[in-house]
Ligand binder design. Structure first.
Ligand SMILES: *Cc1c(COP(=O)(O)O)cnc(C)c1O
Length: 392
């Protein structure tokens, strides 16, 4: 397979000015990912700062409710910062530091990736600057405050639609101008090579822990692993260590929004076509002229018109399956996990919970399903309450 490609997907579709920076990143990652000091330092941050390993929890009441396979929850909601994003951000921030960069930049939509970057930046003493669309700073004020409390500088972006894609454009402009001392910290398994590979590798700690924990609990590998897929980082982290174990089913839950047939969703793997966005070829929601379409989802973290290239490949090759879970179905997963297990999940993760319940009920009691619970739901309680009261 060509370097940085997953079948026909992936690659490096960027302006020439960025190629040297991506090459520098690629060779630094190659070197440092095998470096004993890098590995032991990251391990220390993951355990003592991040709280890893996270538990694999047997959800007994959810299992009873579904009436089929035993359901386990991989508790990424318990990682420092409240989501799996820490795994990637800590790895990349340490990479930046050991590459000799003093400044880290990132873009953020809902603010979750910005907050995670600010956490890692503070811990490593890096200057952290985050680009965020003005619309998003207004919608997600709490995360704006969090980033500032953590010492990050937030640049409010007033161009275009004043949301994530405009923030990405501004961050890229900054990177081109300051590439010598600046590291661009990407938030999901997307973008040009080598980012999808780097992000997957740092998130694969999830799948490696699942493997040893499920073997201890069940004495065999799980029959199915379920994760939500926005950019696809938590899912690829859970899936990657099992790709060769073809007896383990892999299921990704994309945001079905108001339903695929309504056209208002964020499910490029179900309703997109191959195209190029943000430096990589992948499945993409686009019109017949190739213009990127608007997306809809109750969860900000799944609201992205494309997806990590490796997921497009896993779908095309048949190794993984993907389903669309609507806003209403995700809210059902959210309500059930809260009431039955005492865990309020992130709305993103609630998509995976719903998809897992649908599968588990069709499977025998001797089988097991692992749901990657990517984050906690504190950030979503207002949205959930508004939805339940019919205000959205
Ligand atoms: C950001 C986020 C996601 C979506 O990102 P992926 O890269 O698809 O994992 C999912 N869950 C939570 C809790 C998030 O914060």
């Amino acid at each position: 397979m060509v370097k940085g490609r997953f079948g026909e997907f992936g690659g490096r579709y960027v302006p020439e000015t960025l190629v040297p920076a991506l090459q520098e990143l690629e060779s630094a990652y190659k070197r440092l990912s095998r470096d004993a000091e890098f590995k032991s330092t990251l391990r220390r941050y993951n355990t003592q700062f991040g709280g890893r390993p996270t538990p694999l929890y047997h959800a007994q009441r959810l299992t009873e409710h579904a009436g089929g396979a035993r359901i386990y929850l991989k508790r990424e909601d318990l990682v420092h910062g409240g989501a799996h994003k820490f795994n990637n951000v800590m790895g990349q921030a340490l990479l930046a530091k050991m590459m000799g960069k003093r400044r880290v930049i990132a873009e953020t939509g809902a603010g979750q990736h910005g907050v995670a970057t600010a956490i890692a930046g503070a811990a490593l003493g890096l200057d952290t600057e985050v680009y965020m669309g003005r619309k998003d700073t207004e919608r997600q004020r709490l995360n704006l405050i969090r980033m500032e409390l953590l010492g990050a500088k937030v640049h409010t972006v007033d161009s275009g639609s004043r949301t994530l894609k405009d923030a990405i454009n501004e961050a890229l402009r900054d990177w081109v101008a300051n590439v010598r001392d600046t590291y661009y910290l990407l938030g999901s398994a997307v973008g040009p090579h080598p980012y999808p590979t780097i992000v997957r590798d740092f998130q694969s700690i999830i799948g490696r822990e699942i493997r040893s924990q499920i073997l201890a609990a069940e004495g065999k590998l799980p029959d199915l692993i379920v994760a939500c897929v926005g950019g696809g980082s938590n899912a690829i982290g859970a899936f990657a260590p099992f790709i060769r174990n073809t007896e383990v089913g892999l299921l990704g839950a994309q945001a079905g929004g108001l339903g695929i047939e309504s056209g208002k969703h964020s499910a490029p793997l179900l309703a997109g076509e191959a195209g190029v966005l943000h430096g990589a070829r992948s499945m993409l929601l686009q019109d017949s002229d190739g213009q990127v379409l608007e997306t809809t989802s109750i969860s900000a973290g799944l609201d992205y018109p494309s997806v990590g290239p490796q997921h497009s490949y896993l779908k095309a090759s048949g190794r993984a399956r993907y389903v669309a879970v609507t806003d209403a179905q995700a809210m059902e997963g959210f309500r059930l996990l809260s009431r039955l297990e005492g865990i309020i999940p992130a709305l993103e993760s609630a998509h995976a919970v719903y998809a897992a319940l649908e599968e588990a009920r069709k499977m025998p009691a001797s089988s097991s399903v692992v749901v990657n619970l990517s984050g906690r739901g504190d950030k979503d309680v207002e949205t959930a309450a508004a939805y339940m009261e019919g205000r959205r």
